[in-house]
Design a protein around this ligand. Structure first.
Ligand code: ZN
Length: 449
């Protein structure tokens, strides 16, 4: 069986940072060095192995390869590994395969209890809500470079980092910053949104466990809308990344986007530093992408209409509604939630615009499905008999020559040439007549017509 091999990790700690490096070999690819640059803190070998188990199994499950680790896995993590695997196989039967889970069980790490709690923090609505609601419990906020902003975007990362440090200071918490290239390992095998992001966030939480024993992942979707749907960070699976020494908490899964927006609208810090846009790598919030538009609508519904400071390009809410589109199923759920809220607030303009967008999205989905079904059913003779394929008209050539005028009739030719027939003999007659003016009959031929 082909193997995904995780080599012995190296951990280097200096006064400035702690760098964790692990070489990972995946069948058919050259070895890749996964790197995590953390603040200066102690990282036990066991933590690196557990982090690489969480990330490496996503890669191995792509083809059902064996995952080979340099040591045993945390008992709590391993205990739930089969449930995690079953969840992924249920959600992604075509693109994930089971892997052997016969790993050795590690001895518990000797870390003191009550080390503190940290929450991931990008500056978005979900992040701010989790931070504001759990402020007393939290001891730090975490921003990870190299996930939503690529490592190469150094200028934009520096700008976001500066703003998030200021936001965290306003809230009264330190911002822990980590850099990682781990997406270069996972991206070819596990999509960021549908499979990988919860595991990658947890891998960073595991490496920070010397300082924190609880790791909050702000939930982005309602429990009622994720039932049966796979997503990389999910109420059902994030907690399965907990280890003997770290609890992973998927937060606020029963709070609607509207309630979260209403909560953050009470915070001047949140409104000042809000960052919801993943489309722009130069502006905090571009103001034109679907997520920015949706957030402007949510803010309008909770009474925040002065959004010029939040969005780089701020258009009137009427224009947002006129151009509102639903790009994906997730946005459809948010649109339905917003319609429910808008009805209770008598916002007929929002209800009407969103229902229009919902109907357009649903019509596109139904059309696509109908076309797919039609092609599938053509394989079955009964269907072809019942619904014979339409006879198509022969296609016109793409670049047809311009239509030619019909050939002139004999009558038209005579009518056209008649003045010449008449004028010729007349000219000869005039030339013969002394003193006559040739101009009388010498006009251009066109005048005769
Ligand atoms: Zn945007």
């Amino acid at each position: 069986m082909p193997q995904v091999v995780v080599a012995e990790p190296s951990v280097q700690r200096t006064a400035e940072n702690t760098v964790v490096r692990v070489d990972v070999t995946v069948p058919g690819s050259p070895p890749r060095t996964v790197e995590y640059v953390l603040p200066p803190l102690a990282v036990h070998r066991q933590q690196v192995i557990d982090a690489m188990f969480v990330v490496g199994r996503l890669v191995a499950m792509r083809e059902g390869w064996r995952l080979v680790l340099p040591g045993p896995v945390s008992a709590r993590l391993l205990d739930r590994a089969e449930i995690m695997q079953d969840m992924f196989l249920e959600w992604h039967p075509a693109s994930m395969k089971p892997i052997p889970l016969d790993f050795e069980v590690a001895e518990p790490l000797d870390l003191p209890s009550g080390r503190g709690a940290i929450s991931t923090f990008t500056g978005g609505v979900d992040s701010f809500y989790t931070v504001l609601e759990n402020r007393e419990q939290l001891d730090g906020l975490l921003f990870i470079h190299g996930l939503d902003i690529p490592l190469e975007e150094t200028d934009f990362r520096a700008r976001v980092s500066k703003e998030l440090v200021a936001a965290a200071a306003d809230i009264g918490l330190p911002l822990v910053q980590v850099e990682t290239n781990v997406r270069q390992l996972t991206n070819p095998y596990a999509s960021w949104g549908k499979k990988a992001h919860g595991a990658i966030l947890s891998s960073v939480g595991i490496l920070l466990a010397e300082r924190f024993d609880t790791f909050f992942v702000p939930g982005s979707r309602l429990r009622s809308t994720v039932r049966g749907l796979g997503w990389g960070s999910h109420v059902l699976i994030d907690r399965l990344n907990s280890t003997d020494y770290l609890s992973v908490v998927h937060d606020a899964v029963d709070v609607t986007r509207h309630s979260k927006t209403a909560r953050i609208a009470e915070s001047a810090t949140a409104l000042r530093y809000l960052r919801v846009c993943y489309s722009s790598q130069s502006e905090f919030n571009c103001g034109t992408c679907p997520k920015c538009r949706r957030t402007q609508l949510d803010l309008d519904l909770v009474g925040v209409t002065d959004t010029e400071r939040i969005f780089a390009e701020c258009v009137p809410i009427e224009d947002v509604l006129a151009q509102f589109e639903i790009p994906a199923p997730g946005a459809l759920n948010f649109a339905r939630q917003t319609v429910r809220v808008a009805r209770t607030k008598d916002r007929a303009d929002i209800v009407q615009a969103l229902l229009h967008a919902i109907h357009q999205y649903e019509a596109a989905v139904v059309t696509k499905e109908a076309i797919r079904l039609r092609w599938t059913l053509r394989r079955y003779p009964e269907f072809v008999e019942a619904f014979p394929p339409r006879q198509r008209k022969p296609k016109k050539p793409r670049h047809a020559p311009p239509p030619q005028p019909p050939p002139p009739t004999l009558r038209a030719v005579i009518a056209h040439r008649l003045p010449d027939f008449v004028a010729g003999p007349l000219r000869q007659l005039v030339r013969r007549t002394r003193g006559a003016k040739s101009s009388v009959l010498g006009r251009p031929r066109a005048d005769h017509l």
